[in-house]
Structure formats: structure tokens, C-alpha cells
Design a protein around this ligand. Structure first.
Ligand SMILES: [Zn+2]
Length: 271
């Protein structure tokens, strides 16, 4: 097995988005996504931003105060090529949730089965008002911003080969049946969020939290994130993660800039 850590550039942002009541000071965060190679298959966990959102072309109209900044080389379908993997080589995309900075490139992996929670998929079409701006779709943003997304092809969702998971009924979904790549249902930040446990051969076990745990502050101090759909569920996830950490699992937070620096980045990998 190989586990690569990538970042699709950064989000220029502000602290309060990541830590509730965190204020409006500048806070720039990585946009992680991961490539796992196991049993001859290529698996992505998340995909980073959409190509048309480089320098915030779409989001400046959507999520106030947030601007994706990335180079062509950092765009996920290009970035994976530096370790010899082409977009058409990806067999599975496991997407933590459908927010713009995680699902932005899912339609680029033409041969991939995209594994998402059904609750998340359905919610994108009818989000609550406070969550509307975090999703790319051709209906929801118009309700809040009067910005018509139709025709921008922000996410070509109809041509994606979806595989839906059913919440708690599918909790700890074991992709290969060998306990090495296990999907945890972690609703809270969004209604259909999921995180990924990866058990490597030599370098130990990693829990890729994604936005179920934005930053170390939310992990260590129990602070809520600025953007959260279900507060009790969010806090329960943190308890689960702490339990896993106690068993020896390395916790990988979703957007912590300092935490991110402590990991190996592609083309280096964990094995
Ligand atoms: Zn999110």
C-alpha cells in the first residue's frame, strides 16, 4: 500500500470559518486530498477544488471571505500525475462530503466509482440556508446570492458513477474487505460527512478526518467549527477520533495549516 498526501493549493480564509467565534483574522489553510494505492487499485479520498475556481472565480460570488488559490500543477487531476497516476487510472473516489473544496474535481475521474453518502447527495439539492454557499450546484446558490450557476458546469454530477452509502447502516464500510480502507460515517460538519481510516503496512494507521475535524483547536478544546450542520453529532465524532487515537491511530485534521506541515507530502508517501 502507498498513501500520498496532496494539497490542492490553499484557501485564503478567516479564522471564524474554522473555529466558531474565532474572529475575522486571516487564516490560510491547505486543501488536502489523498491518493491510496492498494491491491493494484487507485483510490482518491477527496479531490480538492474545481478547476474553474482557481483564484476564487466561482466562490467569490458564493462563500464570502473564502478564496481558493492554486496552480495548475496543484489541481488534483494534474497533481496525481507527478506520482505516475493519470485521472483515468483512478478506480474509486471516496468523497468526504460535497463541499466545494472536497468535491470540486469529482467529474474529472471518468473511470471512477464515486462513493458518497446518499444523505449528502440529496442535501446538495435542498441545503439549509446557512449551508447553501458551501456547495456548487445550479440551484442552491441562486437562492441566496442571485447568482445563476446554470451553464457554468461547476459540477457535472449527472455523469458521475455514484455509489451511495446509507449512513449508520453502512458505518465502517470496508472497501476491500480486509480492514485496510474503512469508511466511517461522521455526520456533523455536513449531514452526510464521512471520514477514512487507512491502515498501512509499515507506517501505522491514519484517520483522514476531512471536515469532521477542521483544525487541532476543534480537536483539543472541543470548539465547534464555524460551519456545522449538526452540533451534537460533530462533537460525538471528536470523541470517536480520540478513542481511535488512543488505540494508536494518527489523526489527520482536515484543514489545520500547522498540522499539515508535520506530514510527508507527495511525491513522498507512507507505506
Ligand atoms: Zn466542508
Amino acid at each position: 500500500m502507498k498513501l500520498y498526501f496532496f494539497s490542492s493549493g490553499i484557501l485564503e480564509s478567516y479564522k471564524g470559518l474554522f473555529v466558531q467565534n474565532g474572529g475575522d483574522s486571516e487564516f490560510n489553510v491547505p486543501v488536502p486530498f489523498f491518493l491510496i494505492q492498494h491491491k493494484g487499485k487507485n483510490i482518491l479520498f477527496d479531490t480538492g477544488n474545481h478547476k474553474d475556481d482557481q483564484n476564487g472565480h466561482l466562490l467569490t460570488r458564493l462563500l464570502n471571505g473564502v478564496k481558493p488559490v492554486f496552480t495548475d500543477d496543484e489541481y488534483a487531476p494534474n497533481a496525481i500525475q507527478k506520482v505516475g497516476v493519470k485521472p483515468e487510472d483512478i478506480d474509486f473516489v471516496i468523497v468526504s462530503h460535497l463541499h466545494h473544496d472536497h468535491a470540486g474535481a469529482i467529474s474529472e475521474f471518468k473511470n471512477a466509482t464515486v462513493i458518497v453518502q446518499k444523505a449528502e447527495f440529496d442535501y446538495v439539492r435542498r441545503p439549509d440556508y446557512f449551508m447553501t454557499q458551501a456547495y456548487y450546484n445550479d440551484e442552491a446558490p441562486a437562492k441566496v446570492t442571485n447568482f445563476d450557476m446554470k451553464g457554468t458546469d461547476a459540477n457535472d454530477l449527472d455523469n458521475v458513477d455514484w455509489y451511495f452509502l446509507d449512513g449508520w447502516n453502512d458505518n465502517k464500510f470496508d472497501l476491500f474487505g480486509d480492514g485496510r480502507i474503512v469508511i466511517y460515517f461522521t455526520p456533523g460538519h455536513s449531514v452526510g460527512h464521512q471520514s477514512l481510516l487507512v491502515r498501512t503496512d509499515e507506517d501505522g494507521d491514519f484517520l483522514l478526518c476531512a471536515d469532521a475535524c477542521y483544525v487541532k483547536e476543534t480537536y483539543n478544546q472541543g470548539a465547534l467549527p464555524g460551519l456545522v450542520a449538526l452540533c451534537p453529532e460533530y462533537l460525538q465524532n471528536i470523541k470517536t477520533f480520540k478513542l481511535l487515537e488512543k488505540t494508536g491511530v494518527t489523526i489527520v485534521t482536515g484543514h489545520d495549516p500547522d498540522d499539515w506541515k508535520t506530514f510527508k507530502h507527495a511525491p513522498e508517501y507512507y507505506k
